[in-house]
Design a protein around this ligand. Structure first.
Ligand SMILES: [Zn+2]
Length: 191
C-alpha cells in the first residue's frame, strides 16, 4: 500500500461514507480514491470486494459519488432534488446486479451477478443512498458545520444534534480553530 494516498474516513453509513471519499469540497479538496486501485481498496473495506477496476469505472463511481452528495445535500436542506443527480443514482441502482445473501452465521454478504463487479458494487451504494434520502432509515441527513467541508452525513445520534461529519477530523479542527481564535484575542500575544 502506498503511503502517499490519503487515508479513508470510515463511517458506519455506506452511502455517506462513500461521499466522504472526497472531503473538503469547499476548501482544498482531498480525493481519497485517486486511482482505480484505491476504489478497489475502499470497496473491500465495505464488504464489496471486486477483483479489478478500470479508470472508466472509477469515473462512474465518482459521478455516482457527486450525485449522492448533491441529492443528500438538497435533502438535508429540504430543497428539491437535482434531477441529474437523481438520474445517475437511479441508473447505477438499476444496472447493479448484486444479491443480498444470508450466511449461516446470520450475516449479510453481497453476491455480484455481473462480469463487471464494480457496477454491482455501485448499485449497492446507490440503493443505500436511496434508502437514506427517501427517509426510510432512522436518522437525519445533515450538513457538516465545518465551512470548508459541508459534507452531507447521516445523523443517527439519539438527540439528532450531531454537527460534524466526523468528530476526529472536522470536529477536532473546529475546536482547535476556536481555541486559536481565543488566544489571538489576548492583547499580550505578539503578532
Ligand atoms: Zn466535515
Amino acid at each position: 500500500m502506498c503511503p502517499a494516498f490519503p487515508d479513508f474516513r470510515l463511517g458506519s453509513v455506506l452511502a455517506t461514507s462513500f461521499t466522504g471519499t472526497l472531503s473538503e469540497r469547499h476548501g482544498h479538496p482531498v480525493e481519497r480514491i485517486p486511482t482505480p486501485q484505491r476504489l478497489v481498496d475502499w470497496l473491500a473495506v465495505y464488504g464489496l470486494a471486486v477483483d479489478s477496476c478500470t479508470s472508466a469505472q472509477l469515473d462512474l463511481a465518482r459521478e455516482l459519488r457527486e450525485s449522492i452528495h448533491a441529492a443528500a445535500t438538497a435533502a438535508a436542506l429540504q430543497e428539491a432534488l437535482p434531477a441529474s443527480a437523481v438520474r445517475v443514482i437511479n441508473d447505477r441502482s438499476v444496472q447493479g446486479r448484486a444479491a443480498a445473501i444470508l450466511t449461516p452465521e446470520g450475516e449479510r454478504r453481497w453476491r455480484f451477478g455481473s462480469a463487471s463487479a464494480v457496477e454491482d458494487a455501485l448499485g449497492v451504494i446507490a440503493a443505500d443512498a436511496i434508502g437514506i434520502i427517501a427517509g426510510e432509515r432512522d436518522g437525519r441527513l445533515a450538513l457538516c458545520a465545518s465551512p470548508t467541508c459541508r459534507a452531507a452525513f447521516f445523523d443517527t445520534s439519539r438527540s439528532r444534534t450531531r454537527r460534524w461529519c466526523d468528530m476526529n477530523t472536522c470536529g477536532n479542527r473546529e475546536k482547535k480553530a476556536r481555541f486559536n481564535a481565543s488566544h489571538r484575542k489576548r492583547p499580550a500575544s505578539p503578532e
